[in-house]
Design a protein around this ligand. Sequence first.
Ligand code: SF4
Length: 186
Amino acid sequence: MRPVTHNEKIKVVDAPVGLTGEGFFATKLSEAVGLARSNSIWPLPFATSCCGIEFMATMAAHYDLARFGAERLSFSPRQCDLIMVMGTISKKMAPVLRQVYLQMAEPRWVMAVGACASSGGIFDTYSVLQGIDQVIPVDVYVPGCPPRPEAIIDGFMRIQDLVKSEDIRRRESDKYKELLNSYGIQ
Ligand code: SF4
């Protein structure tokens, strides 16, 4: 069998929709920014329990989230684009999660990983938050208890789709402000 060459292993992302001619390529600023952002997402892992272990597997060599340009984990909310909430969030922890979200700069995205972060999971109790969307807006939910690394990667790719197609003016829009207002965020 013919060995795979180094160049064949490299997958280049598709160019955005645009106009091609001899010696030029024109596209919208939003498309170019979306392409760059979606392939350089810096995640902040907010891991509180077992789903966090699945995330460790997702970052490790076999699944390797770095392939998506997301190897730079940020434990500072001011330097990340995507907060990945993985695990059971108690009601006591909810204000902390919200505070971390508020410290992130725009544009920011949120992923609820696993049943607990999405809906409280099996812990329908007085002390557990029944889904992080009660305190912050969520972009993508990943089902499972725990979700396998493939599911986490799939959720991450859905985030990439959102990032890629987001208009750069969305964050200034009334609709987005309305969404934040509904969470009491100015
Ligand atoms: S969804 Fe399941 S695996 Fe994930 S934190 Fe909750 S109990 Fe643990």
